[in-house]
Design a protein around this ligand. Sequence first.
Ligand SMILES: [Fe+2]
Ligand SMILES: [Fe+2]
Length: 378
Amino acid sequence: MNKEPLKFKNGKFKIMLIGDLHESYDMHSENAAEIVEDMHALLSKAVEQLNPDLVVYLGDNAFAENKMQMRSVISRIVYPVSVKDIPFALVFGNHDREHGVSLQEQMRLYNEYDNCYLFNADDSITGYGNYNLLVKDSKAEKDILNLWFIDSNNKAENQELSYYDWVHEDQIEWYKKTALELKEKNGGKVIPALLFQHTPVPEEYELLREAKTYEKLDSVPGHGKWSNKNYVLKDCVEGYLGEGPCVPCLNSGQFAAWKEIGDVMGAFFGHDHMNDFAGYVDGIMLAQSKTAGFRPYTDGCRSGVRLITLDENNLENIQTRMYHFKQFGLKSKSLSPYMQNVTDRQDMKLKVAGTVLGTVAAVTTAAVAVNKISKNKK
Ligand SMILES: [Fe+2]
Ligand SMILES: [Fe+2]
């Protein structure tokens, strides 16, 4: 690939993550213009204030029925980044293959932008858009960081095994082979790496614990084989759990491969639009980036981007945090005043409280009526 190499600047390298925009060609449905305005306001403000060295779109990015429409949608989501000439990369999500434009065509369209670093490293393995990018130190002398981009595919072919597909064995073998080649070129030492992927790994459930009875309103039901329990975040995990992680039920050994090779310091995922937690499992950071858009189901005014900051003298100390729409001081044009001021959790609690109060009122009214009838009978 013939691009300017990525590199640290003044000792730092900043990556901004944009999750699940679900941007579509449609501009006619209710609030469509305001929804796009909100998304642009967030991305433009985030790029301006955070000044990233690389932007990564985490999948479920753009929907359209044909090539012409897709070019237009891509320009909409890429504009705030491209206008500043910031390099961007991306992974595809499950929904990116559910419409009229193939992933190959989408990749060509993204690559109409000079600042796009997306490519497919190996046509012989499962998925599209499996690749890695190396990052040089501030002096541009040495590759000191590696970035993996892995395609987590679509829904599983065999729905009895899992609703969502997993990263396949041939992809894991490609990762191992490439990581070992890099290690050899690097004098026998693995190159520390971060990994970006749409669907999270099942190990995310190790960041959660079963909710106690009194925590029910602050918990979420799990997904798939975890769906018979409710969960909250463990104390050592930062961020927000808005839904049960929708991971594959089958564990293909991807996380185990990271441990075996020893290069992946942290893995970052999209897919779950409400989740933005980050924690460590066996020394590897697993972090979610919730949707940065307003098209899909969202969480009040808390759509946001995640920033990762690395220091070339202390690579393993990954600094990361979410920046939500509200925190940038932005005012939403697409959300009602009510939804601008509550999270989905608060909304749910208010609805539960409303239902309980309504039930109590109804029961009280019925009891008074029965009492009156029985008094009249006497
Ligand atoms: Fe999504
Ligand atoms: Fe998804």
